[in-house]
Write a protein that binds this ligand. Structure first.
Ligand code: B12
Length: 251
């Protein structure tokens, strides 16, 4: 945080005209002094390096660059691609070869290619964002929804108590067939149902023990309010606040 404040102050004090570079040196000197003071306590911030290079400061001591390399190699796994890229930028700005980074130059083993590592990191992050997006989409942009489900028998044999309702809270994207199963679990007397398999999916043949009948030309019709649903119960997804009605009707 302190780095950021200092960065902000430095940038705020810089004149608009880049030709005034020579005038910046006191502020720039402060930045390096700040780096030096904090070098042993915490990690030097790569953004300070980038800023120093942007103002053409060329006297940055090698020990800071070495410390930058040590930190990026040591913390590579825990840095996000954004944080990591600042280290890469800072090293490039310090004229370091980022394709072969090692802390000790006399070390004969091959160094680390930071560009390759950055690209792998970025790839992993994109994959994880994709996976999270899919999860959200599959949950139907989720959150919970509340649906009112009513079973109405307005034809004989029903003469009294022909309508029964339940208010159900389910995850967004739940299909009507699932909703009916939930209602059945809550109140089997009125909401139990049977189905047959057809090439179009499950066709509901009875609800609350009352069958549709080819002979009487009755069937269980499904409506959203007053509008018949356009697909079968295994396909239909109710939205929040809908009034789903199963009504024994004539055809
Ligand atoms: C006639 C018919 C009905 C009659 C069937 C009874 C009968 N004995 O004739 C009745 C009125 C019962 C009916 C009901 C429904 N139907 Co209807 N029906 C048709 C229609 C016009 C002809 C089907 C047919 O006779 N095919 C010829 C025979 C020889 O083939 P079959 O496979 O044996 O046909 C059977 C199945 O289609 C089944 N059936 C009929 N409708 C439905 C709907 C679903 C979801 C399922 C799984 C089965 C099914 O009943 C037919 C006779 O046994 C079609 C449209 C079309 N032109 O195909 C719509 C059609 C099949 N129905 C449709 C729908 C949406 C429904 C309902 C869900 C409507 C509602 N809002 O309630 C309900 C089913 C509810 C439930 N209980 O599950 C849609 C299905 C769309 C889809 N992709 O899922 C269609 C394609 C019409 C459309 N374009 O909107 N239907």
């Amino acid at each position: 945080m302190a780095y950021l404040t200092l960065l902000f102050l430095t940038l705020a004090l810089l004149p608009d005209n880049p030709q005034g570079c020579a005038l910046w040196s006191p502020a720039v000197g402060n930045l390096e002094q700040f780096l030096a003071e904090h070098l042993h306590e915490q990690y030097p911030d790569p953004r300070v390096f980038v800023t120093l290079r942007l103002v053409n400061y060329s006297l940055l001591q090698q020990k800071y660059v070495t410390s930058l390399k040590k930190n990026v190699l040591h913390n590579a796994a825990s840095l996000s691609s954004g944080e990591f890229s600042f280290y890469v930028l800072a090293l490039i700005a310090s004229c370091e070869n980022t394709l072969n980074v090692k802390v000790n130059e006399s070390d004969t083993t091959p160094g680390t290619d930071l560009g390759k590592l950055l690209s792998e990191k970025f790839g992993q992050e994109m994959k994880s964002i994709d996976a999270k997006t899919m999860q959200i989409l599959e949950a139907g942009n989720s959150g919970e929804i509340t649906v009112n489900y009513t079973v109405i028998i307005s034809l004989p044999p029903c003469t009294t108590s022909c309508s029964h309702s339940l208010c159900l809270t389910v995850p967004g994207g739940t299909r009507l067939l699932q909703l009916m199963k939930l209602a059945e679990e809550k109140d089997p007397t009125f909401f139990t149902f049977t189905q047959i398999r057809t090439s179009l999916g499950p066709f509901i043949t009875s609800i609350g023990g009352v069958d549709g009948s080819e002979k009487k030309r009755t069937y269980w019709q499904f409506l959203n309010g007053t509008v018949p649903i356009p697909v079968g119960v295994a396909e239909y997804k109710a939205s929040n606040g809908e009034n789903i009605i199963a009504r024994l009707s004539k055809y």
